[in-house]
Design a protein around this ligand. Structure first.
Ligand SMILES: [Zn+2]
Length: 148
């Protein structure tokens, strides 16, 4: 009898492990790939903006015929930014951020309305806090003259 009980227990543990292991490994791989892609594009953006800055400065100092290259880089950088946004949306879709109680700062199981520790109602549309502190301050201002 005991043997069967233990066997049942073991089977259950294995079952749970299997469930965990099949927690969409391909999605995790995909998220990792997308994150890598985003960081690559962020570097390209940074380099482009540096290059734009240099070109604008050279133009300011009197060098001619730089407009086309500046325009090309501005446009390319804007496109890359849009691509980063769509990649980040894809990451978000594959790996939704866990709900975090604003008071206890603990992760909550998805779908919950109340924090299981303190009991406060957890806002559903909580803003992602991380995005603001990384970006924003260091954003270079590029004067873009529209030629019409
Ligand atoms: Zn709480």
């Amino acid at each position: 009898m005991e043997f069967f009980n233990r066997l049942g227990e073991k089977a259950k543990v294995i079952g749970e492990r299997a469930k965990e292991a099949t927690r969409k490994p391909t999605e995790l791989v995909e998220v990792t790939r997308l994150k890598y892609e985003v960081s690559k594009l962020q570097k390209v953006t940074k380099n482009n903006i540096e290059a734009i800055g240099e070109l604008v400065y050279r133009q300011f100092k009197g060098e001619l015929n730089l407009e086309a290259e500046i325009e090309r880089l501005l446009q390319a950088t804007k496109n890359i930014e849009a691509e980063i946004v769509s990649l980040e949306q894809e990451i978000e879709r594959l790996q939704p951020k866990p709900l975090v109680c604003p008071r206890c700062d603990i992760e909550l199981p998805s779908g919950g309305i109340f924090c299981h520790r303190c009991g406060i109602k957890v806002a559903i549309d909580k803003e992602p806090e991380e995005q603001e502190k990384t970006e924003g301050a260091a954003e270079p201002v590029i004067e873009q003259e529209e030629i019409k």
